[in-house]
Design a protein around this ligand. Structure first.
Ligand code: GLN
Ligand code: ZN
Length: 757
């Protein structure tokens, strides 16, 4: 049997995105939106059916997010939305409206998909609303799918990923929730003579607590008994779920879905699954990366499990939601690189072929051709000169200690830098980007489309930089930036200039709701053929007597926001990237730039789901950052920036990165975050965000003074920098100038008080 955990829902060409946006703009009606959605679902059915998939999902579709769908299914919409109903209430939870705030949003484990966080009251009431499932089930049947698989987020994950309204633990509401799930299963049991239900329980892969495991046992003991005609599959992904697996095997569920791509330790559970007589849904086709599978290797792996083939289903490792839809619209991509890739549609074919290989079926002509292509792609990928760059590999092998860490100790460096850079106490700066106005975007677009010449483009960007410097000087900032007008995105900009990195045309992946991202594809050894930022930064420096801070994206963030090759240990890819960035740091320094910021906005996102792997990730990430910045002389000040707020459990790693200055988000959580630095006894300098750049509101001088004083109660003035929370690119110029002017004035007032001037 061939099993797919879930399928992309944004549409082959992002049809859902565009229809949603039209609907919100009132350009189409809800029934027109429904038509588009229906079409997307029927395509998903059709493609999977054509590829011979046996277990095809319903309810993997969503207008926005499947956690919100589950809120609706369980009738636990927060009460502040009770004045609305139906799709209006749905979109109010997702996006907010004039009278309602949206639900908070957060990352789905360690992916770039964001879900919306249910809000659970103490004694929460639940209901049961299966309209969506019933409708989509009927659609699937109408498409000739004999036994559609109904996808539902499991009760444990639903509650574990919720937030308590009043400090309560949502898991305490498991009884009530289970009652609703039970009711749902009763209704589902009447849909067909036999029904398949897949409960997704990814919460089980993150070092589950005893409480979670207890809830798990209770949940599936009960749910597996609701009706004889329901086959329940529980699926986990992204890591192993050893503890949970043992518990689930003791219940009456039919089968268990395990990720063998990202949870290699799941093999340790295979023996007990065999003994249990349950079905093993073996997730072997990588659902979150985009490389062709090595099918022969996968077949060998499956055989090595020595499982009864009748009870082994071959599956994707997770929902295909996390990869782009199809390669078929990639017209400009290099043909070799394209042959190494596999998006959702192509993965269906791999799954089908692997199943035939594993079961020793006679291959069809099409399958034979596919296998041939697969073998060839894997061969060329192993040997292609596009991928393998000897000099990059040698450079990595021959790293010396001085390539891996700075020569001088931090305290010594900071002393030298203070003397040389002579910045005042509480130096003021920004995080890098300044407003990306329509004119800025138009300028980049026209250059890309060949409407304006390179010369024209560059002179326009220089004008934007001039203006940006003027404003910064006018408001009186101490350390300036050039404004990042040449960059569309902090990762894409660098990706486009590096060897070994490419971009698709249509490789969109849903990030949340209608928002999609198109991650860079790191396919080969990474190097930097020529400087990427020097021209702009040097130009900017030439326009001011103040210190111009150079701005780069760090190696960890580059990788964490990309599709990364899987034919090399990830550590090597991180470090190749680090060397490429190091070259840029060296060039900036050479060109006289005295402060260089290497942003690591996504440092935390790469953290593994299991504690057992945390140290290894930190080692690699820290070493990579250090390689990227080791070329900086003691005189050159290295900054980094991270834009989130939970540092408590990663302070050691932050310290080990050895940046001279780190700027962080503290505006929304105030001192709580800085306290991590104090408690740790952090000795280097810290840029504390004093206002939230996500809001157009202009903070007043008084307010900002208060913020600064707050910070000063945690860290001494000698260690503190003053800056906004993050880049200013989403703001307007008026707001930006006014807010920064207030920030500088507040800082000056505080300095006066500090020194009683
Ligand atoms: N330097 C970048 C900017 O200011 C940093 C962005 C980020 O932290 N996400 O836009
Ligand atoms: Zn940021």
């Amino acid at each position: 049997m061939k099993y797919v955990v879930g399928f992309p829902r944004i549409g082959e060409k992002r049809e859902l995105k565009f229809a949603l946006e039209k609907y919100w703009n009132k350009e189409i009606t809800f029934s027109e939106l429904e038509e588009v959605a229906k079409d997307i679902r029927s395509k998903a059915f059709k493609y999977q059916k054509e590829a011979g998939i046996d277990l095809i999902s319903v309810n993997d579709f969503s207008y926005y997010d499947n956690m919100i769908d589950t809120i609706v299914m369980l009738g636990c919409e927060p009460k502040e939305y009770s004045d609305l109903e139906g799709i209006d209430r749905y979109f109010a939870m997702a996006r907010g409206d004039a009278d309602h705030k949206a639900l908070p949003m957060t990352k789905w484990l360690n992916t770039n998909y964001h879900y919306f966080v249910p809000q659970i009251e103490r004694g929460q009431e639940f209901g049961c609303n299966l309209d969506k499932i019933i409708k989509e089930y009927a659609e699937a049947k109408a498409h000739g799918i004999a036994s559609p698989k109904i996808n539902i987020i499991g009760p444990v994950t639903f509650l574990a990923f919720s937030r308590g309204r009043s400090g309560n633990d949502p898991l305490d509401e498991i009884e009530g929730a289970l009652e609703a799930y039970r009711e749902a299963l009763q209704i589902i049991s009447r849909l067909d003579s036999r029904v398949v239900v897949q409960f997704e329980e990814p919460a089980l892969v993150q070092d589950p607590s005893d409480k979670i495991l207890k809830a798990l046992k209770m949940s599936y003991e009960r749910l597996s008994k609701v009706s004889d005609n329901i086959d329940i599959f529980v699926t986990t992904y992204f890591e192993h779920s050893k503890e949970a697996t043992e518990i689930l095997l003791d219940t009456d569920i039919r089968g268990l879905g395990l990720d063998f791509v990202y949870g290699s330790k799941n093999v340790d559970s295979v023996e007990s699954i065999k003994k249990s007589g349950k079905i093993l849904v073996a997730g072997v086709i990588d659902g979150r990366n985009i490389w062709v599978a090595d099918l022969e290797k996968k077949r060998e792996f499956l055989e090595s499990l020595e499982f009864d083939p009748h009870r082994l289903y071959i599956s994707t490792s997770c929902s295909l939601l996390h990869v782009p839809y199809t390669l078929k619209y990639e017209e400009r991509m290099n043909a070799d690189i394209k042959s190494w890739l596999s998006f959702a549609l192509e993965k269906l074919q791999e799954l089908d072929l692997l199943d035939a290989m594993y079961r020793n079926k006679e291959l069809s002509q099409r399958q034979k051709e596919l296998l041939e292509r697969n073998i060839k792609a894997n061969e060329t990928r192993r040997s292609s000169l596009k991928i393998h760059n000897r000099s990059v590999q040698d450079r990595l092998k021959n790293l010396s200690l001085s390539d891996m860490q700075r020569d001088t100790e931090a305290s010594e460096r900071l002393k030298i830098q203070h003397e040389l850079l002579a910045y005042p106490t509480l130096p003021t700066t920004t995080i890098g980007s300044f407003p990306q106005t329509p004119e800025v975007r138009k300028c980049r677009r026209e250059f890309k489309e060949g409407i304006i010449s390179e010369e024209e483009y560059k002179s326009k960007i220089r004008e934007f930089i001039d203006h940006c410097i003027e404003v910064q000087e006018r408001v009186g900032l101490d350390i300036l930036v050039h404004g990042e007008f040449e960059r569309n995105d902090m990762v894409e900009y660098f990706g486009q200039m590096l060897e070994g990195v490419t971009f698709s045309e249509n490789g969109w992946v849903q990030s949340y709701g209608s928002r999609c991202v198109k991650p860079p594809i790191i396919y080969g050894d990474v190097s930097r053929p020529e400087s990427m930022t020097v021209e702009w930064i040097v130009y900017a420096q030439s326009k001011t007597l103040k210190i111009m801070k150079g701005m780069l994206t760090g190696p960890v963030t580059m990788l964490n926001w990309s599709f990364v090759r899987d034919d090399l240990p990830k550590e090597q890819v991180y470090k190749q990237m680090a060397l490429a960035i190091a070259d840029e740091v060296a060039d900036l320094q050479e060109a006289g730039i005295k402060i260089i910021q290497v942003d690591e906005a996504a440092f935390k996102e790469g953290y593994p789901l299991r504690k057992e792997n945390k140290r290894e990730y930190e080692r690699i990430a820290v070493e990579s950052f250090k390689i990227a910045t080791a070329v900086a002389k003691a005189q050159t000040q290295i900054h980094t920036h991270m834009c989130y707020s939970d540092f408590n459990d990663i302070m050691e790693a932050i310290d080990a990165m050895d940046a001279d200055v780190i700027s962080i988000e503290t505006a929304r959580n105030g001192n709580r975050i800085l306290e991590a630095f104090r408690n740790y006894n952090y000795k280097k300098e810290v840029g504390a965000g004093v206002y939230d750049i996500h809001s157009p509101r202009i903070p007043s001088v008084e307010e900002l003074e208060k913020e600064i004083e707050d910070r000063l109660s945690v860290l001494p003035a000698s260690q503190l920098w003053i800056n906004p929370d993050c880049g200013l690119k989403t703001r307007k110029w008026e707001e930006t100038e006014a807010a920064l002017a207030n920030m500088v004035e507040a800082t000056k007032n505080i300095r006066m008080r500090l020194f009683r001037l």
